[in-house]
Design a binder for this molecule. Structure first.
Ligand code: PLP
Length: 426
């Protein structure tokens, strides 16, 4: 029996607490779990039995969230971690090594561009940035040391839609896993695994929790990739010395990546999600479809209004008929284009700064995916560390403002932008 999305977002992974009957998933605020006996402890430590040892590795509240998200994404397993950025490192960690590279889209969350262009170099890894609308460029960027391809489904900040089917074909042709950051779309609007993604990562900080209360991330594994085929992924295919020579792929099959993420990734990198945060995220996910529908409907109304306004130079929302990405919507994000987009002001940088200072309902914050509407001028904040060329390529030019449209009354949002635009322009 397969249930619909609205049912699964409430029930997947959860059941009444066997000890108390508690209907809501309890917050298991416990660091450690009592072993039945010494043999039980040994079996758990040998990965011969699945169970709870210590909450850096696994926790019953976090486990419910992992199963819920894996189910909603159509994956085999998931590993929660302490932030979206932690999830990106956790996704790459088993695949990469010194001298290896990842081919990534130029259109990414600003923090991801910094993580990939600067910080991963400290591990001896590198990233090659290309325009993911240019499939030949992706192919040309792949070399013998490439270990993954990385992009966003709905790309931050512009709300561009990546042609996941086409990118997945390139990845498959090269025998490489495709990692898709599905933060802006959520599994309600887009299911990257159905378009060929190997791994899906999320910042749960955004729409999954949905109200700006949690920092968290997750890596979902499709279970579809053959880690042993090419010899390029020894962490998954070769004997692991820390587990008596166990081979993850041979032993765990389609759950190899998930088990590695817990048994090696969380064990040694320690980027663990705490059970309180998992609880808030579980609460958020119960209403995910309702919120994403409203976010998308509101964003479309606001984008349509902005597009007609003489003070506005252009609007990037993929839900607009005028968007070059509009024809990808039905195939990649059939239920809507989400709540995130940018628009440019004819009066440029100064007007953008004035606009963010003049809004009343919108909050000027470095976040997205909240029930409340948010605004930010990327060039002077989130994308400030980037070069002008990187800003332009990422869709965060100096005259561009990013909106994350909330679930308030859309007429109030339009009225607020109208009064703020009057103060900002002319
Ligand atoms: C916020 C965000 C991240 C980083 O997530 P954190 O939870 O802030 O670490 C990564 N990708 C996208 C698309 C994001 O919006």
């Amino acid at each position: 029996m397969t249930y619909g999305f609205d049912t699964l977002q409430i029930h997947a992974g959860a059941r009444p607490d066997p000890a108390t009957g508690a209907r809501q998933t309890p917050i298991y605020q416990s660091t450690a779990y009592v072993f039945r006996d010494a043999d039980h402890a040994a079996a758990l430590f040998n990965l011969q039995e699945v169970g709870y040892i210590y909450s850096r590795l696994t926790n019953p509240t976090v486990a419910v969230l992992q199963e819920r998200i894996a189910t909603l994404e159509g994956g085999q397993g998931a590993v929660c971690c302490s932030s979206g950025h932690a999830a990106q490192i956790m996704a790459l960690f088993p695949l990469m090594g010194p001298g290896k590279n990842v081919v990534v889209s130029t259109r990414l969350y600003g923090g991801s561009i910094t993580q990939f262009s600067q910080t991963i170099k400290r591990f001896g890894w590198s990233a090659t940035f290309v325009d993911f609308d240019d499939l030949d460029a992706i192919e040309a960027a792949i070399d013998d040391d490439t270990r993954a391809i990385f992009c966003e489904s709905i790309a931050n900040p512009g709300g561009y839609i990546t042609d996941l089917d086409a990118v997945a074909k390139v990845a498959e042709g090269a025998g490489l896993p495709l990692i898709v950051d599905n933060t802006s779309a959520t599994p309600y609007l887009c299911r990257p695994i159905e378009h060929g993604a190997t791994l899906v990562v999320h910042s749960m900080t955004k729409y999954l929790t949905g109200n700006g209360t949690v920092t968290g991330g997750v890596v979902v594994d499709s279970g579809n990739f053959d880690w042993s085929a090419s010899g390029k992924f020894p962490s998954l295919s070769e004997p692991e010395p820390a587990y008596h020579g166990l081979k993850f792929h041979e032993t765990f099959g389609p759950l190899a990546f998930t088990f590695h993420g817990i048994a090696i990734g969380l064990r040694d990198l320690g980027m663990t999600l705490n059970p309180q945060a998992a609880h808030y995220t579980l609460m958020g996910i119960e209403t995910l479809s309702l919120r994403m529908e409203r976010h998308s409907a509101n964003a479309r109304k606001v984008a349509e209004w902005l597009e007609k306004d003489p003070r506005v130079a252009h609007v990037t929302y993929a839900g607009l008929e005028s968007s070059p990405y509009h024809d990808r919507l039905a195939r990649i994000c059939p239920k809507g284009a989400g709540g995130l987009f940018t628009f440019a002001l004819k009066d440029g940088y100064e007007a953008c700064v004035k606009l963010v200072d003049s809004v009343e309902i919108f909050s000027h914050v470095a976040n997205l995916g909240d029930t409340r509407s948010l605004i930010i001028h990327s060039a002077s904040t989130t994308h400030r560390q980037l070069t002008p060329e990187q800003q332009e390529a990422a869709g965060a030019a100096p005259d561009v403002v990013r909106l994350s449209i909330g679930i308030e009354d859309p007429d109030d949002l339009i009225a607020d932008l109208d009064q703020a635009l009057s103060k900002a322009s002319g």
